[in-house]
Every structure is written in C-alpha cells, then in structure tokens.
Design a protein around this ligand. Structure first.
Ligand code: KG4
Ligand code: ZN
Length: 325
C-alpha cells in the first residue's frame, strides 16, 4: 500500500510505501486475500501519513490519481474505492492510472531533464516489456514477455534455491558470491528475431539443475551461489541484448530502465558497458522510484490530467491488460 503527494507532476513532497513482506513471507509469495485485507486496514493511515509528511491538508489537493490496474483485483478495489471517496468528498477530479504508465513515468519523475524520444525497458515482478516513448503519444510497446516476467523468474529461482522472498535481491546477493560462467543456462529467444522475451524455459533449466545437484546430495553454499550467478547472467544478458537491439532498430539514443528489477546491480553494470560500446545514454531512476510506489502513479496521473483525461465514479479496477484505460 502506498500514497504520495506530488506537486506539478514532478515534485515529490512525500512518498509513503508500506510493504507487506512480513505478511506474505511465510507463504513464499503474495497471498491475494491477505494482501487486500491488509490494504483495507492500512489505507487511511498510509494516506494520512503521506499528507502529514508533505505538510499538506487534504483540502489543498487539486486531484487524485489512483491505480486502476492491472494487478490483484481485491487490493486495487480498496485503493480505487478510497480514491473515489476522497475525490468526491473534496470535489476534485480523479484519474485512473495504468500501473505500467506509472513505472514509465518514474523515469521523468527522477530526471526532469529527460525528454522523449527514448526507449523504456520495464522490468518488474509482473512485466517485462520494451516501449518507445514519444512526446505527446501514449507509450508504444515494441516487445514483451510471452510467459513469465523477469522479476517473477528471480522470485521463482529464489524459491528453488531456498533463498526466501522477495527473491530478486536475495538471488542477486547470492550471485555476488558465485561464478556467472559456472553453468551455461539458455538465453531464451535470443536466437530468434523480434523484440519479445521468454523466461519460463530459463526457470525450468534452473529447476532441472537444482534437481540434478540435489540428487547428488544437499546443495552447498557454493552450488547455490553458482546457480544464482549463472541464472542472473543469463536473464540479464537477454534483457541487455534486446534493449540494444530495440535502440538500434528504432534509431533511439537513450534508454531508461524502470520497474523493480532495475535495482539489480548486474543489470546496471551491463547496461553501462553496452552504453559505452554502442554510444547511447542510459538512466535508472533511484531505487525508491524503481520499486512500486505512489509518487510514480501521481506523476502519470498528472500527465493524464494535463491531456484533459478525467474519470467518473463508475471507473472500475481491472486485473489484466489495459482495462478501461
Ligand atoms: O516493480 P516492482 O516493485 O513490483 C511489480 O512487480 O510491479 O518489482 C518487483 C520485482 C520482484 O520480482 C523482485 O524480486 C524484483 O522486482 N527485484 C529484483 C531486485 N530487486 C527487486 N530483481 C533482481 N534483482 C534485484 N536487485
Ligand atoms: Zn510495479
């Protein structure tokens, strides 16, 4: 659950993120029913905290932006209902935001000097996609994953290796101690054209390797580190290769990486190397803007409001795709 107060679409006055890691940790993944119940419990306090930290009274707000989807429907409904009620009580406009537009807006939120055109690489727990961003147009998707998202693959590999949840940071930390060339995992789809991704085959390859080694006795620390490092190397190589290809094919000179996996150290290092070799510019929002937060939703909402978009109380949340947005 998160709430933020943003001025003028770019100036973050407060950004409160209340995680749910302790709630879901015992289950090794997000339990939707527990997530929505926690949202009901915390929504008022989180919004209140965002206003207090910003030293802004609710009567000073000029609009409400709220995530309409995609995501877990129960949690989305809590935020949407609260946003509607607040906008109605204050008599101010409300605009629904697509979660991915929020992630893409985090690039411009982090760097006011960033101007289109650029390539957006969105890497999160639910999505892996490339977008061409042009001024005044909605983002144009160039390619996306055909199965798992890259963050989801990190989370599943963490589970296979017994590294806990959330998996991305844990796999990445274990990988630091291992050899990235210990096992040659597949680089799915790189032998094909197009800009799509696939990560489920890579995940299966990791599962088979874990099974094979476990069959020879318990996994050692060094097995875990080598598997983590080799998996990470394969996943990151796929992302970087596709991003380079998309920049080249579309004549773009700037890359922005957004979403939770943008926190990954190896991804940052490999993009920096590629940028030096190919001569493109690259930027990553700071970590607190890479992972899910409400400031990016406010920024995307401000862009929509500036385009004249408004939503009524009949707006509904949606779990997949682009819903009513
Ligand atoms: O964007 P995000 O906060 O939430 C959504 O999925 O929308 O992304 C969360 C994802 C999780 O899958 C998490 O494991 C991954 O980002 N992640 C990382 C790292 N930090 C977070 N993956 C790889 N390396 C990291 N350092
Ligand atoms: Zn996200």
């Amino acid at each position: 659950m998160a709430a933020a107060v943003v001025r003028g679409g770019t100036d973050i006055l407060s950004s409160v993120v209340q995680g749910q890691v302790e709630i879901h940790e015992p289950y090794g993944g997000v339990v939707p029913e527990l997530a929505s119940r926690d949202h009901v419990r915390s929504v008022s306090a989180v919004v209140e905290a965002a206003l207090t930290q910003a030293s802004v009274g609710s009567n000073e707000l000029s609009a409400i932006a709220v995530t309409a989807g995609p995501g877990l429907i129960g949690s989305l409904l809590v935020g949407l209902s609260f946003g509607k009620a607040l906008a109605y009580r204050l008599g101010i406009p409300m605009v629904g935001v697509h979660h991915l537009s929020g992630h893409l807006a985090s690039a411009e939120l982090a760097d006011a000097s960033l101007h289109a055109p650029y390539l957006g690489l969105l890497v999160s727990g639910g999505h892996t996609a490339l977008y061409q961003i042009e001024a005044d147009d909605p983002p144009r998707m160039l390619g996306e994953t055909r199965d798992d998202a890259v963050g989801e693959a990190f989370d599943k590999v963490a589970k296979l290796l017994g590294l806990g949840f959330p998996g991305g940071p844990a796999v990445s930390a274990a990988a630091q101690l291992g050899k990235a060339d210990a096992i040659r995992f597949p680089r799915p789809m790189l032998d094909r054209g197009g800009l799509d991704f696939s990560f489920s085959g890579l995940k299966t390859a990791v599962a088979l390797e874990v099974e094979r080694r476990a069959g020879q006795g318990a996994l050692t620390e060094s097995d875990i580190a080598d598997i983590a490092a080799s998996f990470e190397a394969a996943a990151i190589e796929v992302l970087v290769t596709r991003a380079r290809q998309a920049l080249r094919e579309n004549g773009l000179e700037r890359l922005c990486v957004v979403g939770g996996v943008a926190a990954n150290r190896r991804l940052r290092d490999e993009i920096a190397k590629a940028a030096a070799e190919d001569g493109f510019e690259s930027s990553f929002p700071p970590l607190e803007l890479c992972t899910d937060n409400a400031a990016m939703i406010a920024a995307a909402g401000a862009q929509r409001l500036a385009r004249g978009d408004r939503h009524g109380l009949d707006l509904n949340s949606f779990s997949r795709g682009s819903g009513p947005l």
